[in-house]
Design a protein around this ligand. Structure first.
Ligand code: HEC
Length: 139
């Protein structure tokens, strides 16, 4: 009687953790695949939205801020300034960090011009702008 009940108890715990791990990693891979699939189209549109933000910051954000293009003339005109600040104009991530620092006020001199965007431009806006600015430096 005692041997009959002990047998199933010994085999079941051995199988269960293996199955659970398999299901967990399958779910993780499925999640990663979804992320990869959605990242492509989203990244392709960043620069286009960044162009709208650069040329029509006010209407694109719906807030009373200056348009980037009013002071910077063109994104090409910004390339040298970005390089002079020690950032890489062709690398969107580098431009993004510089711009975010300028907006946050950590970049001496640009404080007055960029503080108006604090609380207006979201991190996604800044990323889109950086994608647009970096694209011109590459071409
Ligand atoms: C009112 C004029 C004005 C507007 C509007 C403006 N900028 Fe600037 N920006 C400046 C000035 C002036 C500097 C240079 C600051 C300095 O030399 O200290 C600068 C510098 C920068 C820099 C170099 C980093 C830095 O901190 O020096 C970047 C990048 C930049 N601007 C991007 C933008 C973007 C993107 C927008 C729109 C969201 C924008 N600017 C709107 C005046 C402006």
């Amino acid at each position: 009687m005692s041997t009959a009940s002990a047998r199933p108890r010994r085999t079941r715990p051995a199988a269960a953790p293996w199955r659970r791990r398999t299901l967990e990693s399958a779910a993780a891979w499925a999640g990663a695949a979804v992320l990869l699939l959605t990242a492509g189209p989203a990244a392709a549109q960043d620069a286009e939205r960044g162009a709208r933000l650069f040329n029509a910051t006010r209407s694109e954000t719906g807030r009373p801020v200056g348009n980037c293009v009013a002071c910077h003339a063109s994104r090409e005109a910004l390339t040298e300034m970005i390089r002079n600040r020690g950032s890489q104009p062709a690398a969107a991530g580098s431009v993004e960090r510089l711009l975010q620092r300028a907006i946050d006020g950590a970049q001496p001199g640009a404080l007055g011009a960029k503080a108006q965007y604090r609380g207006v431009l979201t991190p996604v806006d800044v990323r889109d702008l950086a994608a647009y600015l970096a694209r011109s430096a590459r071409s």
